[in-house]
Write a protein that binds this ligand. Sequence first.
Ligand SMILES: Nc1ncnc2c1ncn2[C@@H]1O[C@H](COP(=O)(O)OP(=O)(O)OP(=O)(O)O)[C@@H](O)[C@H]1O
Length: 610
Amino acid sequence: METEAKDAKVDLEKRLKELGHLLEDSRNKVKVLEAYSKSQKESWNKKELIFQSLAEFQFGALQELRLSSECIKREILKAQKSYSEEFNCLGLKFKKLSVESENYHLVIAENRKLFNELQDLKGNIRVYCRVRPLLSGQAEKRTTIEHIGENGELVVGNPSKQGKDGNRLFRFNKVYGPNATQGEVFSDTQPLIRCVLDGYNVCIFAYGQTGSGKTYTMTGPNGATEEEWGVNYRALNDLFNISQNRSSSFMYEVGVQIIQYSQTFVSLDLHTLGIKTVSQENGLAVPDASMYPVRSTSDVIELMNIGLNNRAVSATALNERSSRSHSVVSIHVRGKDLHTGTTSQGNLHLVDLAGSERVDRSEVTGDRLREAQHINKSLSALGDVIFALAQKSSHVPYRNSKLTQLLQTSLGGQAKTLMFVQLNPDVSSYSETVSTLKFAERVSGVELGAARSSKEGNIKELMEQVASLKDTISKKDGEIEQLQLLKDLKMHILSVDDFKQQSRFLKRSKYSGGDINQDAEISEYGDGDREDRLSDFSDGCVSLGTEPDILTDEGTKPLEKSEKNKVLSRSIRKLGETTSSVSRSLPRTPSIRKTAATNSISVKPPRRWQ
Ligand SMILES: Nc1ncnc2c1ncn2[C@@H]1O[C@H](COP(=O)(O)OP(=O)(O)OP(=O)(O)O)[C@@H](O)[C@H]1O
C-alpha cells in the first residue's frame, strides 16, 4: 500500500508538474491574446477616428451639395421662366415671320422682274471689246492701242500716220485692256446668266481675227485653272449655282447641245447649211446635235471637252492653234415654279466663231487657203445676217441656215445678246483691227441706237422709268404697312375674342357673387372704345385668312351679313385701289402668257425689243 501510495504520489506530482506547465502556457497565451486585443483595440480606435472624420467631411459635403442643388433648382426655375418668355417671344417672331414669308415669294418675283428690266435698260445687244496682251514673241512690237477709256472708249492709232491724225475713236459698252483678268471680263456678263433662268434667251458671241483671243475669252487657255476659266465655264457654274440656290422654289432641267460647224459646211452653201458635227464627218465619238441632259458644270465641261478635242484646229502663221470651225454650245433650261406651277424656257448660246484672217498674212495655201476664204466668207455672211436682223430688214439672207435661225432668236427681240470683240494689239494687225472694230461698231451702233438713246438722248424716258420704279417701291412699302396693319388687326380681334369670353365669364361670376372691382375694371375698357378701335381698322383693312366677326356696339353680337359684307367690300376696294395703282405704275415688263395647248409659258418681250 505504501508503494502504491508512493507511485500515486509520483504520478500526482508528475500531473501537478504537467498542470503547472499547462497553466504557464495558458498564462502566456492570455498575455499574447491581451497584447493582440490591445493592438486591435488601438487600430479600431484609429479606424473609428478616421470614420468619424470621414463622416464629418461627408456630412459637410452633403450640406454643400444640398445648398448647390437648391441654387441649381432656383437657376433652373429662372432659366425655365426665361425660356418660356423667350419661347413666347420666338412664337411672336415666328408668327411675324410666317406672315412675312407669305409676301416673300411676291417680293422675289417682283425683284426678278425689276432685275430683268434693268438688263433691258442696258440694251439687248451689248458689245464688249477685249484687247489681248502682246504675246511673248510679240513683246518687242508696238501696239496700236492708244487709249482705253473707263466708259467704253477705245482709241486706235494708225502706225503709218504720225501724231493724233492717225487716231481713231470707237465706243462700245465696255473695253477690257490687256491686263483684264478672266474674272473681271465675266463680271459684266454675269447678270445675263440670271436672265436665262428667268426664261430669256441669251447669246454670247466671240468675234475677231484669228489669234485675237476668242477661244481664250470663251473657254480659257489649254488646261485652264479655275482662275483662267473662260466665260463658258463660269457661266455654267453660275447657272448651276443659282439654280441650286433657287431649288426650294424652282425645279430646273438643263440640257446641252454642242454644235460644231465644221470647215466643210462653208464649202456647202450657207443656204443649205445643216448641222454637221465632226463625228458625222470623221466618225469620232463626239456629241452630235442632240440634246444631252446635264446636272452639273462638270457634266457640261466633259461634253464640251469632247467637242473641243475634236474641234477642227490647225496651225496658221498667226495662231499655232487656230480654230477652223464655229462652235456653238447651247444650254437649254426649262424651269418650273414650284409654287405657281408655271413653266419657262430659257436658252444660253455660247458661240466661239472661227477666226477671220487676211489670207496673205496667215500664209496659208491650198486647202487651207480655200478653208480660210470660206471662213471669211461665212463671217462676212454672218455680218450680213446680223445687220439684216438688227435693222429689222424684211430680207434676211441665208434664212434657212441654222446659224441664221440662232441669230434670229438672239437678235429678234426675245433675247439678250453679248458680242465679245477680240483684238490683237500688234501694229501689224492694224488693218484687221480697224475692220473688226468697224464691224463691231456697226453691230453696236445699229441696235444700240435704241439703248443708247435711252442712255444719252432719251434721258427723259429713263428718268421717267426710274421715277416709276421709285414710285413702285414706295407703293410696295405702303402695301407692306397695310399688311402689317392687317396683321395687327387680326391679333387685336383675336384678343378681343378672348376678352369677350373673359367678360362673359366674369359677368356670370358677378351674378354668382363675383368681384365688383374686377367688373368695374372690365367696364373701363367699355364696348364703345373697343368699337372705335375696330372701326378704325375695318375702314382701311380687309381680314386675312379666317374671317373674324366684326363687332357692333353690343360688343358680342356679330354684324348682320350684309352689313359685314359692306365693311369688307369697302376695305377690299380700298386695298384694291392701292394694289391697282401699284400695278398701273409698274414699268412695262415682259408679260408671261400661259399657252393652253402646251401649258408652257411664253415670255412676251417689252415693246422696246420688238
Ligand atoms: N487675254 C489673254 N491673256 C493671255 N493670253 C491670251 C489672251 N488672249 C489670248 N491669249 C493667247 O493668244 C493666243 C491666241 O488666242 P486664241 O486661240 O484664243 O485666239 P482665237 O481668236 O480663238 O484664234 P482662232 O480664231 O485662230 O481660233 C493663245 O495662245 C492664247 O493663250
